[in-house]
Design a protein around this ligand. Structure first.
Ligand SMILES: C[S@@+](CC[C@H](N)C(=O)[O-])C[C@H]1O[C@@H](n2cnc3c(N)ncnc32)[C@H](O)[C@@H]1O
Length: 460
């Protein structure tokens, strides 16, 4: 807590020793007994920054000068690094990024995952051009349109992007062509505050099957010069698909309310571990296919190391994990809340003639598993598990659970409940998102025997 009299008012400069990294990749440090969060500052550095606000007990300050540099500081590759909200750590050497990720996750999970369970973090081989999905926003104004990521800390402003180095090179052509079509047509960006304007987002996805799938998201209305847009995008090599999505939601996030296919077949082909996954715009797929392959391979290895006859894959998406296990199991059931993803998953299973796999449309927290289930896989979205699900796993335990998490805070919260009945026997972080503070964590949990119930948790 800030002591009375030590509060530096907005606009004042302050010198801060950075001692750690926060969940958003920002530098955390102390000065005059107060806590600071400073984006762009790295652990081990002394920086001068200007105070601009307060957030949940922290003072927010903008980096002005690095007075003592970290030996791990590097020059960022993107010219818009620092303004663009896409990456937080292009200024940090990759091994140091991995060390920060691992340190943070291990500290968060320490009460439930003991040191013996941890395998070292698995880093990415390709740290640029890995991202198979980007969601850009339109901004600026008619005649001076911008198309890019939202500005860090100012979601209503857009940083114009010609090239994003974490996405594949073909994105550049798609972005350029969509922007020049929109400028020629004199279109205005949608403004969240006033609700005026037309252009909202451009989503671009790539699959390792070779093609791309773009979705132009606008308010509902007429699409001017549709033929010009389609002709321009159809000249791109490799060929891809374009969907026009209309969305009048007040929310900032991309929401598919109504869509029309303008080019291609609207499908994307992904390949992981020799299995082909065909999917549409609304189906989730990990944004880094190379590292997703390593992650799914790790889940398969752990799954096959114990009883795995009957497997339940909750939050299954298009069946990425379920299909990777299918050849080794008597039965795999996948549960998923998004209808088009369930359809894609079933088509992918049918394409291989796998009758032992089936997919169910529904919410994971409402699904009741059979007595004979050997293994439950959990791979929830960032929000983690609905409280009902870990509670049910405690009350109706299965022999093993493998939890794949993209949010260590949510994982820690869920392990606090699961830890009543399960012990962590394996854990490993996998970096799917280089230059960002996001990380995936795989934790294998085994049901404790009754006499283990009174044992201390592994972290104690
Ligand atoms: C992190 S993704 C994992 C998908 C898949 N396991 C994979 O590796 O590609 C989470 C998935 O859970 C789905 N989902 C979100 N909430 C859900 C719920 N309450 N019940 C079932 N599925 C849900 C999402 O649509 C998404 O496909």
């Amino acid at each position: 807590m800030a002591r009375r009299g030590t509060w530096k008012p907005y606009g004042q400069a302050v010198e801060v020793e950075i001692s750690a990294a926060g969940p958003g990749g920002e530098g955390l440090g102390l000065a005059d007994g107060a806590r600071y969060r400073i984006h762009g500052a790295l652990p081990g550095e002394r920086v001068r920054a200007r105070i601009f606000g307060r957030k949940t007990g922290w003072r927010m300050a903008a980096l002005e000068e690095v007075l003592r540099e970290s030996a791990d500081r590097r020059s960022p590759r993107c010219p818009s690094f620092g303004q663009c909200g896409g990456c937080a750590w292009q200024n940090l050497a990759y091994p140091a990024q991995l060390a920060l990720l691992e340190e943070r996750v291990r500290a968060l999970l320490a009460p439930w995952v003991g040191p013996h369970a941890w395998a070292p973090i698995l880093g990415a081989e390709e740290v640029f051009h890995y991202r198979g999905k980007i969601e850009l926003s339109f901004g600026g104004e008619t005649g001076a349109l911008r198309l890019g990521f939202n500005r860090r800390g100012r979601y209503w402003e857009v940083v114009d992007l010609d090239e994003c180095h974490i996405g594949p090179p073909v994105n550049r052509q798609i972005i350029e062509r969509v922007k020049s079509w929109a400028s020629r047509a004199g279109l205005a960006p949608y403004r969240t505050r006033s609700g005026e304007g037309f252009l909202r987002h451009l989503v671009i996805r790539q699959g390792r099957g070779g093609g791309w799938l773009a979705a132009l998201v606008t308010r509902s209305g007429e699409l001017p010069d549709e033929a010009g847009l389609v002709a321009s995008l159809s000249a791109i090599d490799p060929p891809g698909s374009l969907l026009w999505v209309c969305s009048d939601t007040l929310a900032q996030a991309v929401k598919v309310e109504e869509s029309r296919l303008l080019l291609g077949d609207g499908r994307l082909v992904e390949r992981l571990g020799g299995i082909e996954y065909v999917l549409g715009l609304e189906s989730f797929f990990q944004a880094n296919a190379e590292m997703a392959e390593r992650l799914v391979g790790m889940v398969r290895e752990r799954a096959l190391a114990g009883p795995h006859g009957r497997v339940l894959d909750l939050f299954c998406g298009v069946g990425t994990i379920a299909l990777a296990l299918a050849d080794a199991c008597a039965e795999v059931v996948g549960v998923e809340a998004v209808g088009p993803a369930v359809t894609d998953a079933q088509l992918n299973a049918d394409a291989r003639g796998w009758r032992q796999v089936r997919f169910v449309l529904g919410e994971a927290e409402k699904y009741l598993w059979d007595e004979g289930t050997d293994l439950v896989i959990l791979d929830p979205p960032r929000s983690g598990l609905h409280p009902r699900l870990p509670r049910r796993l405690v009350e109706h335990p299965v022999p093993r659970v493998i939890y794949v998490s993209c949010n260590p805070e949510a994982l820690a919260r869920d392990l606090a409940v699961l830890g009543e009945r399960y012990a962590a026997t394996f854990a490993r972080c996998v970096d799917l998102f280089p230059h960002t503070p996001h990380v995936e964590t795989v934790v294998e949990l085994n049901r404790m025997t009754p006499d283990q119930d009174s044992l201390p948790t592994p972290g104690e």
